[in-house]
Design a protein around this ligand. Structure first.
Ligand code: SF4
Length: 303
């Protein structure tokens, strides 16, 4: 029996569900029960009433969100060292400092934050619903973190004043994309549509036919007639795009756009975590209950 089969057998025995983020290695996506973005996956985890264990193949903040939203399930992260550097960029001290400067301004935090940060905010958002969440607030000025590119994207879309917290937060992987690379690829594939994540720079977003989250990119690629797409997000998404659209061609806008943290998870590590039920992600109360409120407010607005 190969490792993938061993994992599937173990999963059944332990009544586990395997969730894999869109940026996971292809072999992990292929054995997962669900592949998606962080919030799609947390929702799936909540719907899986019979599951006792959730193996969340992704990075720290996503497993934390699953643990917050599923307090009665055991949430396992295949690799404890899989930590998102952008989430680490926002500290509670920085949040408190900025809140003092802007006492009556709501704070919206991207789900790519640690639970202790989420516990300090008014409402969470994803890259798919950030504009809608900010528009729903009765405020012309909004504090937003930790991704500066997403903050600026939301400012352009809503016309509200967005104050980034911290001023300089970024995703190191999405920052690697350059408009010059897209221009070169467009010369080779003039009919290609360019699809880009809002964590990319504004210059990069300007090259795009479509800017959106990973799940929105999947919908766009499916419904658009184009046969070729130049993709500006982490390379793991291309596996899902190719599987969903076997007749279409997907080209990564920059070959090196690989998130090393996401790629720390391997089949081997996933197997060991599930077998030994180790790397359990726990979020202590009251941090969990405060963060849960911020996530649930988002679900109330976004359905
Ligand atoms: S792709 Fe960027 S935001 Fe996503 S986990 Fe990696 S570093 Fe964090």
């Amino acid at each position: 029996m190969d490792l993938a089969e061993e994992i599937l057998k173990l999963k059944k025995e332990k009544r586990a569900v395997i969730l894999a983020h869109n940026y996971q290695r292809p072999e992990i996506q292929d054995i997962a029960d669900y592949v998606g973005d962080s919030i799609e996956l947390s929702r799936k985890a909540m719907e899986e009433k019979n599951a006792e264990i959730i193996v969340f193949s992704a990075v720290d903040f996503m497993a934390e969100s699953a643990a917050i939203l599923n307090p009665n399930k055991k949430v396992l992260l295949p690799t404890l060292g899989a930590r998102c550097p952008m989430a680490q960029m926002l500290t509670v001290e920085e949040i408190k400092r900025v809140k003092k400067l802007h006492p009556n301004t709501p704070l919206v935090l991207y789900v790519n934050t640690l639970a202790v940060s989420k516990a300090e905010c008014d409402i969470c958002c994803t890259s798919a619903n950030a504009t809608k969440i900010v528009e729903s607030l009765n405020a012309d000025t909004v504090l937003f973190g930790p991704d500066r590119n997403l903050a600026e994207y939301v400012q352009r879309k809503t016309g509200k004043q967005i104050i980034p917290v911290p001023e300089w937060g970024f995703c190191p992987t999405h920052l690697l994309f350059q408009p010059e690379d897209v221009q070169l690829l467009k010369m080779q594939h003039p009919d290609a549509k360019v699809i880009v994540h809002p964590e990319c720079t504004h210059e990069m977003q300007k090259t795009a036919d479509f800017v959106g989250s990973t799940s929105q990119m999947c919908v766009y690629a499916k419904k658009t007639n184009a046969k070729t797409f130049i993709v500006g997000t982490e390379e793991g998404l291309l596996h899902r795009l190719r599987k969903d659209n076997p007749d279409k061609k997907f080209i990564l806008a920059y070959d090196g756009a690989i998130c090393p943290n996401m790629k720390l998870n391997t089949l081997d590590r996933l197997y060991t975590a599930l077998k030994e039920e180790k790397n359990v992600i726990k979020v202590p109360e009251p941090v969990a209950s405060q963060a849960r409120k911020a996530l649930k407010r988002m679900f109330e607005i976004n359905g």
